[in-house]
Ligand binder design. Structure first.
Ligand code: C2E
Ligand code: CA
Ligand code: CA
Ligand code: CA
Length: 272
């Protein structure tokens, strides 16, 4: 028993050592990766139900390092938030997205690109608005070609709520739209939903996952769609993987869907 216990502890700590190692490697190599343009941005289509057209692509960051391997945004973003590089990454993704929006507009005049933004990019003294205006000017991208996705958790950070609403309102004047991402997973209250200058909500994929297997989830999603629409918002569902999920959501009156069933994220130059 002691031997087994000892072995388990030893392997556990070897495992956590590996995790720490990987983390510090990611941390260490991030700046160089940014400098060398090694970060990629891929784009996932959102299908608008009424027109049957893809009107929006969501920009998602990717990083493939020969030593570290594939680094998912869920791993990359929290580290970038900690080491402060999230500002540079955010600017990089925004600029890539703006360039693609301009390029696609020639063929698809209605197209828009949505970009995820982190709470850190909006902090009290953040230069987010100046940064955005600078990028729009440099790329000649009209503000209404971009959307910013903010997570529900972020928008409802109690200490910063007022400052965040103020910043978002200032942003809205530029013509940029806000999407409330991960809808249903956080603490959205009706009161604040009313104050936030958002034009869309995105129902989180955890709900779409169990949409057809749990009756309660179906009711919940139906409720979220009704609620969003009653607030005059455009409602998107993400993580749609099957035809059955797609049909069910369509029937419930969702405005748009995103997920592997519609299309996986692709490189910008693969979009025509
Ligand atoms: P998110 O905004 O909720 O993005 C959706 C995630 O779901 C993406 O993962 C996407 O590839 C994945 N996905 C798309 N369709 C399906 C599907 O049908 N089924 C399933 N199971 N998953 C699907 P990804 O790219 O790994 O991004 C993870 C998260 O990282 C994003 O979640 C977003 O919060 C964050 N993120 C990604 N790019 C950026 C960025 O440039 N800036 C910031 N601040 N955050 C980012
Ligand atoms: Ca998102
Ligand atoms: Ca989401
Ligand atoms: Ca997410």
């Amino acid at each position: 028993i002691t031997e087994q216990g000892g072995g388990r502890i030893a392997s556990l700590s070897a495992e956590s050592h590996k995790v720490l190692n990987r983390r510090s490697l990611i941390d260490k190599k991030m700046l160089t990766a940014l400098d060398h343009n090694s970060l990629q941005v891929v784009y996932q289509p959102q299908l608008d139900i009424v027109t049957g057209k893809v009107l929006v692509y969501e920009a998602l960051v990717r990083w493939e390092d020969e030593e570290i391997g594939h680094i998912q945004p869920d791993e990359l973003i929290p580290i970038a938030e900690e080491n402060g590089l999230i500002h540079a990454i955010g600017a990089y993704v925004l600029e890539e997205a703006a360039r693609l929006a301009v390029k696609l507009t020639a063929n698809k005049p209605d197209i828009r690109i949505s970009v995820n933004s982190s709470v850190r990019e909006f902090g009290e003294a953040s230069q987010m608005k100046e940064k955005l205006m600078g990028i729009l000017e440099k790329t000649k991208c009209p503000a209404d070609k971009l959307e910013l996705e903010i997570t529900e958790k972020f928008a409802f950070q109690a200490e910063q709520e007022h400052a965040i609403i103020q910043q978002m309102k200032a942003f809205e004047e530029t013509g940029i739209r806000f999407i409330l991402d991960d809808f249903g997973t956080g603490y959205a209250s009706f009161r604040y939903m009313q104050q936030l200058p958002i034009s869309k909500v995105k129902i989180d994929k955890v709900f779409i996952n169990s949409l057809l297997t749990m009756p309660k989830t179906r009711q919940l999603v139906e409720g979220m769609i009704l609620f969003g629409k009653s607030m005059g918002l455009y409602v998107i569902a993400e993580g749609v993987e099957t035809e059955e999920q797609f049909e069910a959501l369509k029937e419930m009156g969702v405005d748009a869907v995103q997920g592997y069933y519609i299309g996986a994220p692709v490189k910008g130059n693969e979009i025509s």
